[in-house]
Ligand binder design. Structure first.
Ligand code: HEC
Ligand code: HEC
Length: 590
């Protein structure tokens, strides 16, 4: 069957996700939540379902209530899988999944062995898409082409029906092995190892049929530690990725555009205050500034993120309020707190210092020397700008957008740091010290790869991690929830007049409301070069990596903080303090 990486990629591409795949969980942790209480007694071939389908209200009760979901072709009811007269050992395997989770994608990419087991029916409950937005039934069709599952066995389950079955965080996939005769949950697995679900299914079948427990061979481990799924995930983390396309920017991969963009990036003269992009994004610090929050003309309320891996960012900014790097770049230039410039000043600076390279790429500049038509300074909302001729305003705005496109081209060329992880996955196990390998193991045990997966160690999706911001009350930072309005209003979207691919389908079109889970959610940042970019978090409230990792270990039991806008993501899993230092050792090599 196609490799995990390929399937992950295919699903990802089709859903406009980052490439991500692999699988992870602590060896031995997978089956931890499982109960083994027996099913009901057979009654003349058929079997009664005590409490099932009536009376039971809670999924956590292990007798599943009459659940109803929506599939691509309409309603799908759990009752339809109820088979009281079936042979003992007839099972329904329910899998809770999300397209943002690499371990979940690994599992669906390896469905065939499970689906071909006699007496087993698989039903997949997809909670969210690759951006961690609630899954809609219309999106499900994407999956049926990519893995071996009957289209009727796919449902949208934005409420994560099976969540209550997980005791210590819904590490995905969350798998419930259910007796079809009673709809009784026999076993629950969170983020199981490769082959573990099949192993548990065989054991449950044997028990229900009164047969002896089958013997299972020990799994083959790479470097004596990692099962096949975990290893695939690690290999994927060390892969050198190909930058995702940027269709809305026709010059995204033109070296001449990158050269112009490099000039603009470091040029303090595009700002009247002498602030350049490089003032905050310092190459020596993985393009960050060693400050909790960015400081230009004034301090902003968010931390300056790294630009390493920017070429792969689907939704730039911590809250994703831009949909391309070129649109992103235009924000700080006209922000009064950051560079305090205007699009007219940028156009004049380009005419004065970059005319040749600019005109080669984008054609003639407007006649900016005509001072009566083109004042020295101006942007929307300013009287000098509003007094201009509409066509002149549009021409200047186009120059401004083109400056963004050159800045994007430059940022797409920034190389990722070299990590010894690459040599390690290449088979040179000594490329990592024992401590670092142990740290990698802990990283997987702690569930970090649920979100920090793939070559950039990010799923590019939005989650609430309960990291405090700087404001509270009316100044509370709502993160992703506050970004949709800005995105829809932006004239620089991929669907807009300044895009080179205005026909791009609008991924926001299907969102009629702001999903609740986006409150306090921020985009999972890359972990490449992470040792260079302290302090951490969207508001820089964590001084060192140890503080961040410690936060995760205790996030499910933290006291409420008025600077946090939403509850922590239910997929974060608890882990012991003994994993903190090893994880930090591993993060330092990225
Ligand atoms: C005053 C400091 C400052 C300046 C100047 C500045 N930035 Fe930033 N940059 C930030 C901060 C802070 C953020 C995060 C803002 C947010 O998410 O709300 C950011 C975000 C970004 C991002 C998004 C990265 C991601 O992963 O989401 C990119 C790309 C970027 N800046 C590029 C630039 C470019 C190009 C320029 C020059 C045109 C520039 N920045 C000027 C501080 C700065
Ligand atoms: C459910 C998804 C998810 C999981 C699981 C997760 N993270 Fe994160 N991580 C995020 C998000 C989202 C942020 C940004 C949150 C913010 O700033 O408010 C983040 C931020 C970070 C940062 C700060 C990065 C920076 O540039 O400031 C580090 C370091 C980090 N995570 C490491 C880890 C480690 C180690 C684990 C495992 C213990 C882990 N994460 C588990 C989603 C996740």
């Amino acid at each position: 069957m196609p490799s995990c990486a390929m399937r992950g990629l295919a699903i990802a591409a089709a859903m406009n996700l980052a490439a991500m795949c692999g699988g992870c969980a602590a060896p031995g942790l997978g089956a931890a939540d499982g109960g083994t209480d027996g099913g009901a007694e057979p009654d003349g071939g058929c079997i009664a379902a005590p409490g099932v389908l009536e009376g039971e209200r809670s999924v956590a009760s292990r007798n599943l209530p009459a659940l109803v979901w929506t599939g691509a072709a309409g309603e799908v009811r759990l009752d339809a899988f109820h088979a009281p007269c079936a042979a003992p050992g007839t099972l329904v395997v329910l899998r809770q999944l999300a397209a943002w989770s690499a371990p979940a994608l690994w599992h669906v990419g390896h469905t065939a062995p499970l689906a071909s087991m006699p007496g087993v029916t698989v039903l997949d409950l997809w909670a969210a898409d690759g951006d961690a937005m609630p899954m809609t039934p219309a999106q499900l069709s994407v999956f049926s082409g990519f893995y071996d599952v009957a289209p009727g066995a796919l449902v949208a389950d934005p409420d994560e029906t099976l969540g209550p079955l997980a005791l210590a965080g819904i590490a995905l996939p969350l798998v419930a092995v259910v007796d079809a005769r009673t709809l009784h949950v026999e076993r629950v697995l969170t983020d199981p190892r490769a082959g573990e679900v099949e192993q548990v299914v065989r054991a449950v079948q044997a028990r229900l049929a009164g047969e002896p427990l089958p013997r299972t061979p020990d799994p083959v481990l790479v470097d004596g530690r990692f099962s096949r799924d975990r290893w695939d995930l690690i290999v994927d983390m060390a892969r050198v990725p190909v930058p995702s396309a940027s269709p809305s920017n026709a010059v995204a991969d033109r070296p001449e555009a990158a050269a112009l963009g490099h000039g603009l990036f470091e040029d303090p003269s595009i700002s009247p205050a002498g602030v350049s992009c490089a003032s905050c994004h310092d190459a020596a610090r993985a393009f960050t500034d060693a400050r909790p929050r960015g400081m230009g003309i004034a301090e902003v309320r968010r931390n300056t993120p790294t630009l390493l891996g920017a070429a792969w960012v689907r939704w730039p900014f911590w809250d994703g309020r831009a949909d391309s790097l070129w649109a992103q770049a235009l924000g700080p230039i006209e922000s009064p707190e950051e560079m305090g410039s205007t699009r007219l000043e940028v156009a004049h600076r380009i005419a004065a210092a970059y005319r040749g390279p600019y005109e080669t790429l984008f054609g003639a500049l407007p006649p900016l020397e005509q001072a009566s038509r083109f004042p020295a300074r101006g942007m929307p909302g300013e009287p000098a700008w509003e007094a201009m001729d509409a066509a002149d305003r549009e021409a200047v705005t186009r120059v401004f957008a083109n400056a963004g496109k050159a800045l994007e081209a430059y940022q797409r060329t920034l190389p990722l740091p070299v990590s010894p992880l690459a040599a390690y996955v290449g088979g040179d196990f000594d490329a990592l010290t024992q401590d670092q390998r142990h740290g990698l193991e802990s990283y997987l045990v702690a569930g970090c790869a649920q979100c920090h997966s793939g070559p950039l160690l990010t799923n590019g999706a939005f989650h609430s991690i309960a990291m405090p911001g700087v404001g509270e009350g009316p100044d509370l930072d709502l993160g992703r929830a506050s970004a949709f309005e800005a995105l829809r209003a932006s004239p620089f979207r991929a669907q807009g007049a300044f895009s080179d691919a205005p026909g791009t389908p609008d991924p926001l079109a299907r969102l009629s409301t702001v999903p609740a889970a986006t409150r306090g959610a921020f985009r999972t940042p890359t972990l490449r070069g992470i040792r260079l970019s302290a302090p951490y978090g969207h508001a820089g409230t964590f001084t060192g990596l140890r503080d961040v990792v410690r936060h995760y270990g205790h996030v499910r039991t933290l006291d409420p903080d008025p600077r946090v806008a939403g509850p922590p993501d239910p997929h974060l899993r608890e882990f012991d303090d003994e994993h903190i230092d090893p994880i930090v050792r591993f993060l330092e090599i990225l």
